[in-house]
Design a protein around this ligand. Structure first.
Ligand SMILES: [Zn+2]
Length: 277
């Protein structure tokens, strides 16, 4: 919340018009990144959004004039300070194979790009990193599916080699997880834009520095203030995780930047009251 409010903290010296103008420009210059995991019909899995709901969410974006753009474009707009209104980026973590059957056709139909973050060591294998017990139905995309999907607007980024909590790794292992996965994806898929999603969203300053030094352009985490602005640290791009219990109404609220503001405004009021008393 603090980051969100910084430009407006000094309310006392501003006119209402100036504050309103500030609010308007704040709302226009933010974009959101959504973080999914799987799409399919395993209703018991929190991280698997049903195919039906996923399609409804994507169609909601179309109906409500949101532009879904590639992560790389959003990143470049951010650097060039040209963020467009109602912009959404779609990402998936872990590279679950089911996406090919359940998510890719919907994305292709709507011409929506998306970025998938791959734990490179497990490509074509099974997810043995997200849960305490490996899940047989969590098969991961193989190289053939990955390579074919690129023509349909799917892009890829690193989710490291083995999906560890990077914060607790020694320097050597940290660098290996970051460098090796980046280099394999670069060589195999010809990537020129290098994005990283921190496993479990876990990072600290040491991890951020290592990611930058490894040659990544940006890195994605999760955040309470869930939209990104021109001032967002490219190694701390925030995402909103989407889980299978979200209703379409909540999804609509979540993608609407104005709700970030109302949440921020509440914090601002609280702060102002605290200063007065
Ligand atoms: Zn993950």
């Amino acid at each position: 919340m603090v980051t969100f409010l910084k430009p407006m903290e000094n309310l006392g010296t501003k006119t209402i018009e100036q504050v309103a103008e500030g609010i308007l420009s704040t709302l226009k210059s933010r974009f959101k990144i959504l973080a999914y995991h799987s799409v399919g019909n395993a209703s018991h899995d929190t991280y698997e959004v049903s195919t039906d709901n996923f399609e409804k969410q994507m169609r909601f974006l179309v109906k409500n004039d949101y532009s879904v753009i590639p992560l790389e474009d959003a990143y470049r707009n951010m650097l060039n300070q040209k963020i467009h209104e109602r912009t959404i980026v779609i990402t998936f973590d872990d590279g679950i194979a089911k996406l090919k059957k359940f998510a890719f056709p919907i994305l292709k139909d709507l011409n929506f790009p998306a970025t998938i973050f791959l734990p490179v060591k497990y490509i074509g294998g099974i997810d043995i990193f997200s849960y305490e017990k490996p899940k047989a139905d969590r098969v991961l995309l193989n190289w053939t599916s990955i390579e074919k999907s690129i023509d349909d607007g799917i892009s890829y980024g690193s989710h490291t080699m083995s999906h560890p909590n990077l914060v607790i790794l020694d320097k050597h292992t940290l660098d290996y997880e970051l460098n090796e996965s980046r280099m394999i994806l670069k060589e195999r898929l010809g990537l020129r834009f290098h994005a990283l999603a921190y496993p479990f969203g876990m990072f600290d300053n040491r991890v951020k520095t290592a990611a930058r030094q490894s040659g990544y352009d940006c890195a994605l985490c999760f955040g309470n203030v869930i939209s990104n602005t021109k001032d967002t640290d490219p190694f701390e791009m925030k995402r909103e995780g989407i889980i299978n219990t979200i209703s379409l109404r909540d999804f609509a609220r979540l993608v609407d930047i104005r709700n970030d503001f109302s949440r921020g405004a509440k914090e601002l009021m609280r702060g102002a009251l605290k200063r007065k008393h």
